[in-house]
Design a protein around this ligand. Structure first.
Ligand code: R5P
Length: 294
């Protein structure tokens, strides 16, 4: 469907740079949002949103990652306000969908958090676009149409023509990502196998790689504590790699991730979660998906 004039982008505070880039990419307007009623916000830290332009009759593209947790509340407030103010259609763009890893009941009595989030995110949305979800099965749990947009082309753009000889998946889960990045960038790829000992500790299974004197880009969907990438980077160094670049779609960098990532020469993340390592935008990928909406 060609985009009609009545498309407006609304960005939550967790995703403002990407929302602005997306509006530019689509060539449509953005509706500004005020996030503070009083300077400094509510004293108790509750979120506040106020749309500063009309959305009645519009197709609203609402952009907000669900990280950190207050961003979830803000998304719910925005979606409800946009609907209540008369939007004709709401496309929820959730660049980073948090809670995706708790996608089943691992222990008796646990909440299936990914499903809980999916249900509530969909309350006022006509469709969902998200990116690099932990498990693509999540898409089937949304009560409205949901699609995963790949962020890998953005990472591939970054390494195309750059000093990278090999693309490496740090574990079996990331092979589909490494394969896609390598295919687009025109580089070979390989993978390691990882064992997770607990939320903070991982181990790489022994495997000889052809990396001596080469520059390697490790690709993952998300860097959280940095344990996965740091372990892979150390293995590459031990096997004689000359340079190690870490590429991820979602850069969370929790705890002492920055310290661990010193094992890499460079760390590159997209703008799904803004950080000091955000070097590429996935706006072109989301724009193409929005243009292709039925
Ligand atoms: C795991 O399956 C994911 O693809 C990532 O490898 C993992 O979540 C990264 O987490 P961390 O940075 O804490 O090792």
């Amino acid at each position: 469907m060609p985009l009609d004039a009545a498309v407006k982008v609304v960005g939550g505070s967790a995703s403002l740079p990407l929302a602005r880039a997306l509006a530019r990419e689509l060539g449509v307007g953005a509706v500004d949002v005020s996030f503070e009623r009083h300077p400094g916000g509510f004293p108790d830290g509750e979120r506040y949103v106020r749309l500063l332009g009309p959305v009645a009759g519009e197709h609203v593209v609402l952009v907000q990652s669900t990280h950190p947790d207050p961003a979830i509340v803000e998304f719910l407030l925005l979606a409800d306000a946009v609907r209540d103010l008369g939007a004709r259609r709401i496309t929820a763009v959730i660049p980073y969908f948090g809670y995706g890893r708790q996608d089943k009941r691992f222990l008796d009595g646990e909440a299936v958090s990914a499903r809980t989030l999916a249900k509530h995110i969909a309350l006022n949305a006509d469709e969902i676009l998200t990116m690099a979800v932990h498990n693509p099965d999540l898409l089937g749990t949304f009560p409205v149409p949901a699609r995963e947009v790949s962020g890998m082309p953005a990472l591939a753009r970054y390494i195309q023509g750059a000093d990278v000889d090999l693309v490496l998946a740090p574990d079996a889960n990331a092979v589909r990502h490494a394969k896609e990045v390598a295919g687009i960038a025109g580089k070979p790829y390989d993978h390691l196998d990882k064992e997770r000992l607990d939320s903070y500790t991982v181990r790489v299974k022994p495997k000889a790689l052809d990396v001596r004197g080469r520059s390697v880009a490790i690709v993952d969907d998300v860097i959280s504590t940095g344990g996965t990438i740091a372990t892979a980077a150390k293995e590459l160094r031990a096997q004689g790699a000359r340079r190690v670049v870490a590429l991820c779609v979602h850069g969370l960098f929790v705890g002492n991730a920055e310290e661990k990532l010193r094992a890499c020469n460079e760390v590159v993340a997209t703008d799904t979660v803004p950080s000091a390592h955000t070097k590429v935008s996935v706006a072109p990928e989301f724009a193409a998906a929005i243009r292709a909406l039925a």
